[in-house]
Design a protein around this ligand. Structure first.
Ligand code: ATP
Ligand code: MG
Length: 428
């Protein structure tokens, strides 16, 4: 068990996790949240934040992380002026920034200060990989009840299932989901802060950012930049008449490498499923249909078609489903794909052909949706019996009566909820 150490503190510190901090004398601010004697905070692994001691204070710390004294705050003066200007307004702020520019910290800090000033504050978290608000693979909407050190402490009041842990190739659901949740946040009558992924370079990234801003129509776009790294976007946004506030990016950010990011993503799934507790729910696919994939969009092929396909391919076909523009075939064994695919294509020349083996869908993350696509929860598909029209999904959702659809995602998890595969967009 880690030893607790006592530190006399004054001025500014960067605190890096994993660390548990208990205030034993005086008061401090963490990410702009005030904590006084007796209060505690947890700084998770691979995360960090700013601690400012109010005068002389004493803290007890435990864990492998660190406390580093600074000679000044990591919050630029321009941020404080910005926070003062928005914390009396019910407006929508779209936060733009490159990877590791401190977007999430900025949003959390601004939210805490606005909350202190009496505003109702909601956050739309568009990061679907490390998702702070709501489960991974979703865009989350959180309403802050109290200040937080990290956004992950905020519970989601609503979410939108994108189905992947990376926005690349999923831009339509990213834009639609953000727009829907911002609309919902506005109905709550609050300052709406939108936290975005750091995807800013290249055609898809440009399209994502510009069309999301257009769909959301924010009152302000905040561009957090070190130099002019967002100019290609801000220039266009200004031309379109959006109000862009350019602020310096965080002068200090805890950099995370690929493996840290992967670990955070893995932890996010584990935290969600294991900590919330899951149950195995059995769905009748005649009542809750599969959506978001070619599978589920057609009707089972006739025995004649099935026989014809088996004769051409020399493979046992477990299930075959045909729609106007697609044919989905589930083969009993793993086929030598290229050969079989060519043969099957010759049977369905006018259709998109999806060829998978039995068991392929197992482990995929699914969104459990209610009427009009209302998000209810996510789950992991553990069994899929298409002949019996039955699916078994492991999910924290206890009451499944409202589930109208199972939306197929493209992330596969193992039994410990580790991401083991991300299918190409459109693969399912
Ligand atoms: N000004 C700051 N002072 C102290 N810690 C900070 C500051 N800015 C960011 N951090 C910390 O550094 C880490 C990375 O910052 P943050 O998550 O805000 O970046 P981001 O731009 O949102 O990253 P991503 O592109 O992955 O979404 C976080 O743990 C955050 O709390
Ligand atoms: Mg972020």
């Amino acid at each position: 068990m880690a030893v607790e150490r006592t530190e006399e503190v004054s001025g500014f510190y960067v605190v890096e996790g994993p660390l548990r901090i208990r205030i034993s004398k005086g008061s401090v601010e963490l990410t702009g949240k005030s904590l006084s004697t007796g209060d505690e905070a947890i700084i998770p692994y691979a995360k960090a934040t700013l601690m400012e001691a109010q005068g002389e204070a004493e803290v007890k710390v435990r864990g492998g992380g660190s406390l580093t004294k600074l000679d000044r705050s990591t919050i630029p003066r321009e941020w404080m002026d910005f926070v003062d200007s928005v914390s009396s307004r019910e407006c929508t702020v779209f936060t733009l920034g490159y990877v590791d520019s401190g977007k999430t910290f900025f949003v959390t800090y601004t939210a805490n200060k606005a909350l202190r000033d009496g505003l109702k504050v909601s956050v739309v978290d568009c990061d679907i990989g490390q998702s702070d608000v709501g489960p991974p693979t979703t865009i989350g909407l959180g309403l802050l009840k109290e200040p937080v050190v990290f956004l992950e402490e905020v519970n989601a009041v609503s979410a939108y299932f994108v189905g992947s842990t990376s926005p690349a190739g999923h831009l339509l659901p990213m834009v639609v989901g953000t727009a829907k949740l911002v609309e919902e946040a506005r109905r709550l009558g609050s300052l709406v802060l939108i936290d975005t992924p750091g995807m800013v370079y290249g055609g898809p990234a440009r399209a994502y950012q510009l069309y999301t801003v257009e769909a959301v129509n924010p009152d302000l776009v905040v561009a957090l930049q070190r130099n002019d790294e967002l100019k290609h976007l801000t220039k266009q946004l200004k031309s379109l008449g959006f109000e862009v506030v350019e602020l310096p990016a965080s002068p200090w950010v805890k950099q995370r490498n690929r493996s840290d990011r992967r670990l955070l993503r893995e932890r996010a799934f584990y935290n969600y499923f294991a900590k919330k507790g899951v149950v195995k729910q059995v769905f009748n696919l005649r009542e809750a249909s599969i959506v978001g994939s070619f599978l589920g969009s057609g009707c089972p092929a006739s025995p004649e078609v099935l026989q014809a396909v088996e004769a051409v391919t020399n493979c046992k076909v477990e299930y075959c489903e045909i729609s106007e523009d697609s044919a989905v075939l589930l083969l009993a064994d793993r086929p030598r794909v290229r050969e079989v695919y060519a043969k099957i294509r010759s049977c369905f020349t006018d259709k998109t052909v999806k060829l998978v083996h039995k068991g392929f869908y197992q482990g995929l993350v699914v969104g459990l949706l209610g009427v009009r696509g209302r998000f209810l929860d996510i789950g992991v598909l553990r069994e899929l019996d298409l002949k019996e029209m039955r699916a078994v999904v492991e999910t924290p959702l206890r009451e499944i009566g409202e589930v109208k659809a199972l939306k197929m995602g493209c992330v596969r998890l193992d039994d410990e909820y580790r991401e083991v595969e991300r299918l190409e967009p459109g693969y399912v």
